[in-house]
Write a protein that binds this ligand. Structure first.
Ligand code: F3S
Ligand code: F3S
Length: 105
């Protein structure tokens, strides 16, 4: 799967959402999250993010390694909705993200 990491927090550019052929990039309160089982590893989202927040799971920089679990655990109570657009904004974040100070420049 691909993973969205800290640069997305409070930016939420959403360019990635437009590229994803399977609509598996879900919007939380402060960042977006890739569904690990719905992502087909097409990689289309990665180059379009203006803040370079998206990485293949094996390539997540060490300082953001916890974001793999953040993306996976975000879906603990959601299961596999099978499409982000019908969900709209989901009013929560992973605790790791909730604990961050405001990040937007
Ligand atoms: Fe976030 Fe980048 Fe997508 S900022 S919403 S991961 S385009
Ligand atoms: Fe979609 Fe990116 Fe995966 S475009 S299929 S979330 S690699």
């Amino acid at each position: 799967t691909y993973v969205i990491a800290e640069p997305c927090v409070d930016v939420l550019d959403r360019a990635c959402v437009e590229e994803c052929p399977v609509d598996c990039i879900y919007e939380g309160d402060r960042m977006l999250y890739i569904h690990p089982d719905e992502c087909v590893d097409c990689g289309a989202c990665e180059p379009v993010c203006p803040v370079e927040a998206i990485f293949y799971e094996d390539d997540v920089p060490a300082q953001w390694s916890e974001y793999y679990r953040a993306n996976v655990d975000f879906f603990d109570d959601l299961g596999s909705p099978g499409g982000a657009s019908k969900m709209g904004k989901i009013a929560k974040d992973h605790p790791l993200i909730m604990a961050l100070p405001p990040m937007a420049a």
